[in-house]
Design a protein around this ligand. Structure first.
Ligand code: C5P
Length: 228
């Protein structure tokens, strides 16, 4: 399927805990652009399959779930996210590490990726889109105006994820989280369909030791360069 939409897209891909979600949100807010958190779609697919008693190894069953996802992205008054699945508030469940692991299991199924493709492209609406994920620049929005591959050291990524989950009241040990992140990185990088890898025309940005503000400003600087 080709991309015919001319609305500008900025893609931010990278491994778990690289800060993609936070940076994508900040950049979208600063530009007044829409935001696509594509990982949430894979998480919701895994969650919905589990709730419907479909095994995550059942490729056809999970692809049917992905096609029929009934979801809504909403926000609370304080700006924090709220996610609904078939009318049920799943905001907390979606962010659990077990849901992330389920997401990376269903993400290797080609039919699931195909089922989610149009749903992701539908987020490309004026005035623009910031899309965060693993294959935004390599598959979903190949003609994006700006492609970024955000990385950070494995220790820093585990530490950030730990803090994020703790802030949300979800306890998990740092050692378990590091193992989980390593497993997920391996699955995401080694899969044959849409593996986690920078697009040839992506700019690599290492956020290790850099504040959210600094990284956000680097990206906004690149966006400004596009229009100068
Ligand atoms: O980014 P997040 O941690 O929410 O992603 C959960 C999982 O979904 C990833 O580990 C990856 O396996 C999968 N994913 C993907 N392609 C995307 C976004 C997420 O395969 N564009």
């Amino acid at each position: 399927m080709t991309e015919t939409n001319t609305v500008p897209v900025i893609t931010i891909d990278g491994p778990s805990g690289s800060g993609k979600g936070t940076i994508a949100r900040r950049v979208a807010e600063a530009l007044g652009y829409h935001l696509l958190d594509s990982g949430a779609l894979y998480r919701l697919t895994a969650l919905s399959a589990e709730k419907n008693g479909i095994s995550l190894d059942d490729a056809e069953g999970v692809a049917a779930i992905a096609l029929g996802l009934d979801i809504e992205f909403d926000s609370n008054e304080d700006g924090s996210e709220r996610i609904w699945l078939s009318g049920e508030d799943v905001t907390q469940e979606v962010r659990k590490e077990s849901t992330g692991a389920g997401a990376s299991t269903v993400a290797v199924i080609p039919a699931v990726r195909a089922a989610l493709l149009q749903r992701q492209r539908a987020f490309q609406m004026a005035p623009g889109l910031v899309a965060d994920g693993r294959d935004m620049g390599t598959q979903v929005f190949r003609s994006a105006a700006l492609k970024i591959f955000l990385t950070a050291s494995a220790e820093e990524r585990a530490g950030r994820r730990h803090k994020q989950l703790k802030d949300k009241g979800m306890g998990v040990s740092l050692a378990a989280l590091s193992r989980d992140i390593e497993d997920r990185d391996r699955r995401d990088s080694e899969r044959s369909v849409a593996p986690l890898t920078p697009a040839p025309d992506a700019r690599i940005l290492d956020s290790s030791g850099q504040s959210i503000e600094t990284v956000t400003n680097t990206v906004l600087g690149w966006v400004a360069d596009l229009y100068s």
